[in-house]
Design a protein around this ligand. Structure first.
Ligand code: FDA
Length: 309
């Protein structure tokens, strides 16, 4: 049986990428987690989800670009997405999430500067539409660089959002640092394979760290965004926002497109802001493999569909 560690390792292997993406049946399974390959397709999904009372954050799939031209294409794809969102007039109900590795962060020379320079116009275009950008968090070795870019962007665009991963030992400190007025922070468990030196390895330890960081963020002065499908942590978030007297415009739930959709609309109908993270684009392999690694049921669904092709 494939383990989640093996799947996470596979998410970074180009050889396996060719095998998985070349299997026609994979497409059906991918459709459950990815909202289409093109901008018109994802804009249709945005219309449907916002019609159900949800907010969205769009993720143009792609990561780990290896040259500047590819990074420029990422910038252009996000600018096109924001152009596409403009006529829908959704304001903050539609924002975008970016991975800095797709903006050149990992380039051998000056990656941080390239990423900052290329992501800035996206943040400016989002501001012009009355919305924001959130910087996804990737492998632990990129956290300092990503938080550095965030600090630069926040000078002019203080609503730029951060993501913190509860599995990392450093995150409790980062949560305290970022729990300041106007600071938007999405707390997630963390989707990458990390060594014991930097990250909790057991699910129970990650969940406990998540609960502690959540408390810090909700009791702090920022804008907490709980990025989880976990019923126990969703319940804890609700307790904390009630206990602290937060109003529904001062926090939000975030869940991935295609995961617990009924819970997403249930929470929205109860008056909470719920944002679906909506990935789209042709480069879905890394994202898809992380979803398979997360949950045996997702992997079984994939394997069953291979067996019944
Ligand atoms: P976990 O996977 O531990 O599941 C806990 C419980 O949730 C399960 O026991 C089950 O009850 C329920 N559940 C989970 N999946 C389900 C399903 N498919 N169907 C039914 N029930 C299900 N990571 C990262 O490293 N960087 C990032 O920037 C982001 N960004 C991000 C944005 C958003 C909006 C979300 C929701 C998540 C991310 N992540 C992320 C991914 C995150 O780190 C994590 O890998 C996943 O959210 C899975 O963790 P859960 O919190 O859902 O709990």
């Amino acid at each position: 049986m494939l383990t989640s560690k093996a799947l996470l390792a596979a998410a970074r292997r180009p050889g396996l990428r060719r095998v998985v993406t070349g299997t026609p049946v994979t497409r059906r399974v991918v459709d459950r987690f990815v909202a289409g390959e093109t901008l018109p397709e994802v804009l249709d999904v945005v219309t449907t989800l916002t019609g159900q009372g949800l907010a969205v954050t769009l993720d143009h799939l792609g990561e780990d670009v290896t040259d500047r031209r590819e990074a420029q294409r990422t910038r252009d794809a996000y600018l096109a997405a924001l152009d596409g969102l403009a006529p829908l007039q959704l304001g903050r109900r539609a924002e975008v999430s970016v991975k800095l590795s797709a903006f050149g962060q990992a380039l051998p020379v000056g990656g941080d500067d390239v990423a900052l320079q290329l992501v800035r116009p996206v943040v400016e275009a989002a501001s012009a539409l009355g919305t924001t950008v959130t910087l996804d968090m990737e492998e632990s070795r990129t956290v300092d660089s990503t938080l550095g870019v965030l600090a630069e962007l926040r000078r002019d665009h203080p609503g730029t959002g951060a993501v913190l991963q509860a599995m990392l030992h450093r995150t409790e400190d980062d949560a305290r640092t970022l729990a300041t007025p106007g600071s938007r922070v999405r707390l997630v468990k963390g989707a990458y394979r990390e060594p014991a030196g930097v990250a909790h390895q057991e699910k129970a330890a990650v969940d406990a760290a998540y609960a502690r960081c959540l408390q810090t963020l909700v009791r702090g002065d920022g804008y907490p965004m709980a990025g989880t499908h976990d019923p126990a942590l969703i319940a804890r978030f609700l307790e904390l926002v009630t206990e602290t007297g937060r109003t529904p415009d001062s926090y939000e739930f975030q869940l991935l497109y295609g995961i617990r959709p009924d819970e997403q609309t249930r929470l929205a109908a109860a008056g909470h802001t719920v944002r679906a993270y909506v990935p789209y684009g042709a480069d879905w392999y890394g994202y898809f493999m992380r979803r398979l690694a997360e949950r045996p049921a997702n992997l079984q669904f994939f394997l069953r569909s291979l067996a019944t092709r």
